[in-house]
Write a protein that binds this ligand. Structure first.
Ligand code: ARG
Length: 588
């Protein structure tokens, strides 16, 4: 569907052109004085300068020439603004047409892209903690928004499974249980199918080993861990079997957390190790292309550019001891992604403190030709989730909070808020989970991703204000009105000629801005735009609800229109919250 603002802009542009002025002066914006009008055109003010004529005269001419009578009323006001208000029936009809349109009038992208989005980054053998919340929540929403516009999106978990942590776990296991067959070099039989540890044990082993290796006098332990990694890479059978156990046990747990607790679904569960086979050829190519040089024994690629205002250090490819690094893996992952998916764009949702790092990676991959010249590489850096003290969010005793604990706390808070509801206990718990997830995700997504924000459990779970539960509460209110009606009349297609009050008009106007909102959220990869829209929609719906008796309205034509509007608004709410990555209960 053609957007209303586009329709008005076209008419006004034609009007300006017909009067002999540049058509571009007809551009229309949403009014910044909603008390006066809905849209405005300020072109006459600018045209006045060029044509040396009083702006109000130009505005008057344009208004007289505009043939938009079916759509709007335009009024020129001093000193030269044009105030535009939609005809009530046009506005209502537009909303009714949205109800019958695919995706409520959101057009599919003209040139759908293939986009890989990298938004997991959890590390195996470590529990998911609050640090993993933001990439998962933001990335999932960006993925949904892009899909809504028809792009082909591949979400990749890109798990950290490479490097020292694995070596440490192997070393610690060997210290604790040297009798296991994995450590017997003469063992030729099959290894046990069952892992010699549970996920809980694994989560205890890693931090223990990490701490132990850093302590005084444990150099030998540290060396053993490094050697274990090398042996693993060289194909040590026993270590490889252990590594597979670590992966199986850990992945199962990570999947359960991402999917069941966070409603986050990756299409790909790739790991850093999957990129390793691409490294030798990649480095070979970089060397042959003459892009590399040796700096203090290390292999590096210079990535600074003349226009830089700050120092951008070279991108290191190999350490002086020949070992690969985090950089090498990310570059090789780009090679892998280009080979597997040939994407038009790769989006990274990673802590904003890694922005310089990604600048190096992006420049290096462009310079060395790992990507095509027109492959877009996009870094969405997110800010920190802080506690109420303004410092990074921690548990009460200063530790890192597990994601499960955080989610559990939110659910409990919502449950407490619903104490007076006499729903069956099990249903209540289920609702609390649904509402809790909305509180958590909306609390995060309603902020611009790059900003730090304060995790405020009371505010996030409040049923009032700019919160997830408020959006859900509004949806539940609409659902209950519709349920009260019993039978739902057929959707109205043509609006009656009648007076529409301020609250109804405000609601209709907000609904019409859905497509524009989705397009902006997509262009800027900005879920907070969807939040803003849903909040406005909820507020305007509630304003309308309080101003009118919907079910009791005696005028049937009017009531049927209202029911149609309710259904459309509810469906748009539904698509909106699904883009944010949560669902609504039937009651709460
Ligand atoms: N595993 C990394 C960490 O814990 C985050 C990975 C982010 N993604 C990436 N492609 N580098 O810091």
């Amino acid at each position: 569907m053609k957007k209303i603002i586009t329709q008005i802009s076209e008419i006004m542009s034609r009007a300006f052109a017909d009067c002999g002025y540049d058509a571009e002066y007809g551009a229309v914006t949403v009014s910044n004085r909603p008390d006066l009008c809905q849209y405005q055109c300020n072109g006459a003010m600018a045209a006045a300068k060029k044509y040396h004529k009083a702006p109000v005269l130009i505005a008057n001419e344009a208004v007289a020439a505009a043939d938009g009578a079916e759509i709007f009323t335009a009024t020129a006001v001093a000193p030269g603004f044009i105030n535009i208000t939609l005809n009530s029936e046009f506005l209502a009809n537009y909303v009714f047409a949205m109800g019958g349109a695919e995706s409520f009038g959101v057009e599919p992208a003209e040139n759908p892209k293939t986009i890989v989005i990298d938004y997991g980054g959890a590390n195996v053998a470590k529990p998911l903690h609050v640090g993993h919340l933001r990439p998962a929540v933001i990335g999932e929403s960006i993925k949904n928004i892009l899909r809504y516009r028809g792009h082909k999106v591949i979400g990749d978990a890109h798990l950290g499974d490479w490097g020292l942590p694995i070596g440490l776990i192997i070393t610690e296991l060997k210290r604790r249980q040297p009798e296991l067959p994995y450590f017997d070099p003469d063992y030729t039989g099959e290894y046990p199918k069952e892992a010699p540890f549970t996920v809980a044990e694994l989560e205890e082993i890693y931090p223990f080993a990490s701490q132990y290796s850093k302590e005084e006098g444990h150099e030998e332990y540290r060396d053993a861990a490094r050697r274990a990694i090398l042996d693993l890479q060289k194909g040590n059978r026993g270590y490889h079997a252990l590594w597979e156990h670590i992966m199986t046990v850990s992945m199962k747990d990570l999947k359960a957390n991402y999917e069941d607790k966070l409603n986050v679904h990756f299409d790909l569960w790739k790991k850093e190790s999957d990129a390793q086979p691409y490294i030798p050829d990649m480095i070979d190519g970089m060397n042959k292309g003459g892009y590399t040089r040796i700096s203090e024994g290390a292999l590096v690629v210079d990535v600074k550019e003349e226009s830089d205002t700050k120092e951008i250090p070279p991108c290191m490819i190999l350490k002086s001891d020949g070992a690969t690094l985090y950089n090498t893996t990310d570059l090789a992952t780009i090679v892998e992604r280009m080979k597997l998916f040939d994407p038009d764009q790769i989006v990274y949702v990673v802590d904003k403190r890694q922005d310089l790092y990604f600048e190096q990676i992006f420049r290096c991959s462009r310079k060395t030709g790992l990507v095509k010249p027109d492959t877009e590489l996009t870094f969405i850096g997110f800010g920190t989730m802080n506690g109420k003290d303004g410092k990074p969010f921690k548990t009460r005793d200063g530790g890192v909070m597990r994601l499960e604990t955080l989610v559990g706390n939110i659910d409990d808070e919502v449950l407490a808020k619903m104490a007076d509801r006499d729903f069956p206990e099990e249903e209540k718990r289920q609702i609390a989970k649904t509402v809790g997830l909305a509180a958590l995700k909306y609390g995060d997504l309603s902020n611009q991703a790059s900003k730090d924000y304060i995790f405020d459990i009371e505010r996030f779970t409040s049923f009032d204000g700019n919160t997830g539960p408020y959006i859900l509460y509004t949806m539940v209110r609409i659902k209950s009105i519709l349920a009260k009606l019993g039978t739902i009349p057929e959707a109205v297609k043509t609006a009656a000629v009648r007076e529409r009050g301020a609250a109804e008009t405000a609601l209709l106007l907000t609904v019409t801005r859905f497509a524009d909102t989705v397009e902006k959220a997509e262009a800027e990869l900005a879920p907070h735009k969807i939040c803003q829209f849903l909040y406005e929609l909820a507020d305007n719906f509630n304003g309308f609800y309080h101003a009118n008796k919907i079910v009791g309205e005696p005028d049937e034509a009017k009531r049927n229109e209202w029911i149609t509007i309710l259904r459309i608004a509810l469906a748009i709410f539904g698509d909106g919250i699904r883009m944010l990555g949560f669902e609504a209960p039937d009651r709460m």
